[in-house]
Design a protein around this ligand. Structure first.
Ligand SMILES: C[S@@+](CC[C@H](N)C(=O)[O-])C[C@H]1O[C@@H](n2cnc3c(N)ncnc32)[C@H](O)[C@@H]1O
Length: 333
């Protein structure tokens, strides 16, 4: 078991300062930091208001018997944004029966990597933890050799611009590699009539634990929770495939304050608005359309019985079939 840190705590702290100076706080800062940050994630992850991650784990568990048949022998499992690695444990147990090369757990949170490696400590497979941005996939790929099963699980796909993340992955996969990704879908109810679904999503994401989780990186650096208002909207945005729903999360600062970032500080003024990370909600057709447009070919699709969660196994399509064309690699966050 080995852990390689491609980015240090100090570099992340500098990144935090730069983002905050631009009044942005991307989602990956939610997972970095002292135990309190990760504990918050555990609370949100397991709390009854936000069962998405648990539902996605259930869907993977149910789909495994059929999924495993598509896996070539002796592949390596690479999970980007691995988190606590619960889903990867399920996959590894199934893969071990077919012969498995290695397990690479990638996450920007060093503590998550520790947890993910601990979660499979008893399994007989070579394990490598990589503390890195998944955006650095072109650098990371030097660590493994094909064939790989690349996992992007826990609804992480929906936290990125879809064309950006799919083009990034497409560019680094070989013909023999597979991609497994999941997402929590826009409910039919929401598609048919905006309001009820919109309220439902806002209810999920505007819960007390979610709000505390969203503010936690600032709280850890000396921010007072009473010094802000949390705004969350769920709205349709026009994209290359039509209207897609997206959350918009912001923190409005109420009083002048100073945030410590390592050796430095960032001053925030009353009225400042800090833009937080986002989540897209796609219909099944939209998620599949993004994959097709970005050059992926569907191998297996699993939909939960309530129609709310989707798990897709895909591979790079043949040359010329829906190659990533217009998809462009945009900004990191
Ligand atoms: C929504 S959680 C999902 C965790 C896990 N895959 C699951 O299914 O429960 C997202 C994970 O991705 C990591 N993450 C978020 N943005 C990242 C980035 N840009 N680079 C690397 N890891 C990232 C977080 O630290 C967190 O562990």
């Amino acid at each position: 078991m080995k852990k390689i840190e491609l980015i240090t705590r100090n570099e992340l702290e500098t990144r935090f300062k730069e983002c905050l100076q631009q009044r942005r706080m991307p989602d990956y800062f939610l997972y970095i930091g002292e135990q309190r940050g990760n504990k918050s994630w555990h609370n949100v992850n397991s709390c009854k208001e936000l069962p998405i991650c648990a539902q996605l784990t259930d869907l993977l568990r149910q789909s495994l018997p059929s999924l495993v048949d598509s896996f070539p022998r002796n592949l390596s499992l690479v999970s980007i944004g691995v988190g606590r690695g619960e889903k990867e444990r399920l996959l590894l147990e199934a893969l071990l029966k077919r012969g498995l090369s290695r397990y690479y757990a990638v996450d920007i949170s060093s503590r998550m990597i520790d947890e993910a490696l601990r979660a499979v400590a008893d399994l007989k497979v070579d394990k490598v933890g990589l503390v890195a941005f998944l955006e650095d996939l072109p650098l990371l790929r030097q660590y493994w050799s094909p064939p790989i099963l690349l996992c992007l699980l826990g609804n992480t796909f929906c936290n990125f611009d879809p064309n950006y993340i799919l083009a990034l992955i497409w560019g680094q996969l070989e013909e023999s590699d597979l991609l497994l990704l999941d997402c929590h879908l826009l409910s039919d109810q929401m598609e048919e009539s905006n309001d009820p679904g919109q309220e439902q999503i806002e209810r999920i994401y505007r819960t007390e634990p979610t709000m505390r989780f969203s503010i936690n990186p600032l709280v850890q650096r000396g921010f007072d929770t009473d010094n802000c208002v949390f705004h969350l909207e769920f709205r349709p945005v026009e994209t290359d495939i039509g209207l897609v729903y997206k959350t918009n999360k912001q923190l409005q600062v109420l009083k002048n304050t100073t945030i410590s970032c390592g050796q430095d500080t960032v001053s925030l003024s009353s009225g400042d608005v800090i833009q937080l990370g986002f989540t897209y909600k796609y219909t099944r057709q939209q998620a599949e359309e993004y994959l097709r447009r970005n050059g992926f070919e569907k191998l297996q699709t699993f939909l939960s019985s309530d129609g709310e969660n989707l798990l897709l196994l895909v591979r790079k399509g043949q040359e010329g079939q829906g190659s990533p064309g217009k998809a462009s690699l945009g900004e990191k966050d």
